[in-house]
Design a protein around this ligand. Structure first.
Ligand code: ZN
Length: 207
């Protein structure tokens, strides 16, 4: 179970980022079926609710809303729950938001595909994925975040469902393998789209 910086378990909702923003789910709609820490059912039949609403937490999400749009910074109101059984605090986020990461899963998949498969330069990738008002004019020689993602893919700490490519693969090769796997997981109706768009869509569903 991924955890955020405060040590809370992070659970992805079935609701995607766009829909969550347009119509934030109620405490009932976003409530997980069970506690991931102790396994208790959140609403046992005939019993009291075990996962109680515990307020909301504003959460930034960085990256483009679609491959053709400029990168942006948005804010979503994640929902917190507290388990009466084991006292765990859970944070429920929209699908496509990853536990400890500020960039959306789609943005990271898109970046890996642009760099690894479309062979864009790191600066070009940053222009398409990184919100300018955050990144400013610094780091004109590359983008450390992109290399970190590729390294984490190789170490299987990010998109761990991608095939293992062995210890000798370059960072760019790791990015390419992960991006190809994400693209392959996108809906078959997207087959005509460029592969980096399909990686974006496939990543949006990756946990
Ligand atoms: Zn619990």
């Amino acid at each position: 179970m991924p955890r955020n910086r405060s040590g809370h378990s992070v659970i992805q909702s079935a609701i995607d980022i766009k829909r969550w923003q347009q119509q934030p789910p109620t405490v009932v709609e976003a409530r997980p079926a069970r506690c991931p820490a102790c396994g208790a059912a959140s609403c046992p039949l005939g019993g009291a609710i075990q996962l109680q609403g515990h307020g909301r937490r504003e959460r930034q999400v960085w990256g483009p809303a679609s491959p053709d749009q400029p990168p942006e910074v948005i804010s979503v109101a994640a929902r917190r729950y507290r388990c009466l059984g084991c006292s765990a605090v859970l944070l429920v986020v929209p699908r496509g938001v990853l536990g400890r990461r500020i960039y959306s899963a789609a943005a990271i998949g898109f970046a890996l595909a642009l760099w690894g498969l479309a062979l864009a330069t790191a600066i070009e990738v940053r222009r398409r994925v990184g919100p300018a008002r955050i990144l400013g004019e610094s780091a004109v020689t590359g983008w450390a975040t992109l290399r970190r993602w590729a390294r984490e893919v190789a170490q299987r700490r990010l998109f761990a469902q991608a095939p293992d490519q062995g210890p000798s693969a370059s960072l760019r090769k790791s990015a390419a393998t992960a991006a190809a796997s994400l693209a392959a997981s996108a809906d078959p109706t997207t087959r005509a789209l460029p592969i980096e768009h399909r990686a974006f869509l496939g990543a949006a569903h990756a946990a």
